[in-house]
Design a protein around this ligand. Structure first.
Ligand code: LRH
Ligand code: MN
Length: 434
């Protein structure tokens, strides 16, 4: 007998799921409000700002991810982009924080983008940056990307990769997307394999052709990555290469920071501060990592680092930094958790870092910094991080008709089990991230 099922996207279901949490939330919220009041911070202002915070869901994140060693899909995996949107709607309805989805082509390729846009709209979802893919060969693809794509030594391969990116723009234009993220794995595995300078020049030539195809109101996000799949040199290896390319391409080109694309211990918040200064911070692929590009849940390994990144974003916001409109996206691989639960908790961890950065006593911090009071500067900043802002996050969800306890409401709904029934069919067990 199938388990009872309630649609976790249904407002009445969410309201009923909230009942048992409402009283505790209201007293916790009042208590935190009193505490913040003593610090001269109005809790409702912070809650309003958190309620405005949005992060895009990676379509490739709602299926179980894997590594080259294996993938262990769970029950009720989405089988196509339309089903992926249904899962994304569960995340948005329960968190109130993820109104857009970032698609990856050809993983989400369809011959009915108008239908997809309408399906999204019916679910209350829009479309964020499109992601092109010239790091894998597709069946029937004329020319291989084994030795590169936009920087391949063969102009015909570069042209094929450029055309793919232009096709992504065309699909995105139908969906209402306003940006294209270009990440390429191009690089070398051995010293001598490629001419480091000429490879970059080929990158600029190819991306200039893509840039020319951008509609007037679009942005292009250049995503750097230190290594993998190339293990000696990657053409866009770091923020410096990305910034040089963005500045060479034009005002619609920006740098996208994937938190997992740096060497361990790199000061990512410093990179954010520099890209804000250069007016080229396009956005983020949020995730977390301990070693390499682990694509773990945001805030799960280094929450203080995430807080320090949002501290730079709040500083830029307060300073009304010019050209500052970062696009927030998650980019994670859920190998051992229910992707919906991981994406909900990750979106909330971003809101947590934002709220913690918003409650920092900036006036006091400035005074201590000017006076070189090192201890009090560090303590004043850290006090934001050490404050439990959970009541603010839950209150923001409640105000938006979302769930006070999203994971609890999701599990109670039986949605995953229902998907197991509705989406029969063999799950491919091979390796690979999706
Ligand atoms: C590369 C990357 C890129 C995506 C892919 C799924 O590591 O971060 O953003 O295209 O993951
Ligand atoms: Mn990424």
């Amino acid at each position: 007998m199938s388990k009872a099922f309630a649609d976790p996207r249904d407002a009445n279901y969410i309201a009923s799921a909230n009942q048992s949490h409402a009283a505790a939330l209201s007293s916790d919220y009042v208590a935190l409000g009193t505490q913040l009041d003593r610090r001269g911070i109005n809790i409702d202002d912070v809650t309003r700002a958190v309620a405005e915070f949005k992060v895009a869901i990676p379509s490739w994140g709602v299926g179980t991810g894997g590594t080259r060693f294996g993938r262990f899909p769970g029950a009720g995996e989405p089988r196509n982009v339309f089903e992926k949107l249904e899962d994304c709607a569960v995340i948005h309805k329960l968190t109130g924080a993820t109104p857009t989805v970032s698609l990856h082509i050809p993983w989400d390729k369809t011959d009915d983008y108008v239908g997809l846009r309408e399906h999204g709209a019916a679910l209350g979802l829009g479309f964020d940056a499109m992601n092109s893919n010239t790091f894998q060969d597709q069946a029937g693809q004329p020319l291989s990307y084994k030795y590169g794509s936009l920087t391949h030594t063969d102009a015909a391969v570069r042209a094929q990769a450029v055309q793919h990116n232009i096709d992504c723009i065309k699909a995105g234009a139908i969906l209402g997307s306003r940006a294209l993220t270009v990440w390429i794995g191009d690089g070398a595995n051995f010293p001598g394999q490629s001419h480091l300078g000429r490879a970059f020049e080929r990158y600029l030539e190819s991306t200039a052709a893509i840039y020319k195809a951008l509609p007037a109101d679009w942005r292009m996000f250049i995503e750097h990555k230190m290594y993998e799949p190339a293990f000696y040199a990657t053409v866009i290896q770091d923020w410096g290469s990305s910034l040089m390319a963005a500045q060479a391409l034009g005002p619609k080109a920006f740098c996208l920071v994937d938190l997992g694309h740096h060497a361990p211990n790199v000061n990512i918040e410093m990179i954010v501060a520099r890209l804000v200064h250069a007016q080229r911070l396009g956005g983020f692929h949020f995730n977390d990592s301990k070693y390499g590009d682990d694509d773990l849940d945001a805030g799960s390994i280094e929450p203080f680092r995430l807080f320090l990144v949002f501290n730079e974003l709040v500083e830029a916001e307060l300073a009304k930094a010019p050209n500052f409109k970062p696009a927030h996206m998650l980019d994670q691989s859920h190998n051992v958790t229910d992707p919906i639960e991981s994406l909900m908790t990750s979106a909330i961890e971003l809101q947590r870092a934002y709220a913690q950065a918003l409650i920092v006593d900036r006036k006091a911090l400035h005074e201590y910094r000017i006076g070189n009071d090192v201890i009090m500067s560090a303590q004043t900043l850290k006090r934001g991080f050490t404050t439990d802002v959970s009541p603010i996050l839950a209150q923001a969800r409640l105000k938006k008709g979302a769930a006070i306890d999203p994971v609890g409401a999701y599990r109670q709904s039986g949605y995953r089990a229902k998907c197991g029934e509705m989406r029969p069919g063999k799950q491919s067990l091979g390796g690979g991230i999706v």
